[in-house]
Design a protein around this ligand. Structure first.
Ligand code: CMP
Length: 131
């Protein structure tokens, strides 16, 4: 078993997709080992996404991620990082394969419904950030 960190972001939470996304996750063989809902502070959002601090979209990202609540989950499955990224689909919902979470629930490249760790190393860092 491996772990990854999954976020249901403010856009999907505001649109009421939390339960559907959790169902998709469990129907795809993941165990939700830990979970909580938080309204991220600016400090938390900047800290979590510090890897993107020099990107042109950083301020927009922090503003979006602090706009309302985020649901935070530690997921368990074999190859959890790649399995969750496959289930989410491409970062830009317009490019995400039909049936993926971002294709179903995302709005645009900023408001893309969910987040997932991009490596086992970052999964450990991101899980420790919130749990
Ligand atoms: P996520 O997978 O959480 O990782 C970084 C986030 O930054 C990404 O999802 C998007 O929400 C956001 N992001 C990435 N690229 C852009 C972009 N070009 N413009 C605005 N937001 C972006």
């Amino acid at each position: 078993m491996n772990n990854t960190l999954a976020l249901i972001k403010p856009d999907a939470m505001q649109k009421g997709f939390k339960d559907e996304i959790r169902e998709d996750i469990m129907n795809n063989g993941f165990i939700i080992a830990e979970e909580k809902t938080l309204h991220l502070s600016v400090v938390q959002a900047k800290g979590f996404y510090s890897i993107h601090k020099d990107k042109p979209f950083f301020e927009e990202l922090v503003e979006f991620m602090t706009s309302s609540e985020t649901h935070i989950m530690k997921l368990e499955k074999a190859n959890a990082v790649s399995e969750w990224r496959n289930l989410m689909g491409a970062t830009n919902p317009a490019e995400a394969e039909a049936g993926t979470i971002r294709a179903k629930y995302g709005t645009d490249i900023s408001m893309n419904a969910t987040h997932g760790s991009d490596s086992n190393e970052n999964a450990e860092i991101e899980i420790n950030f919130f749990f």
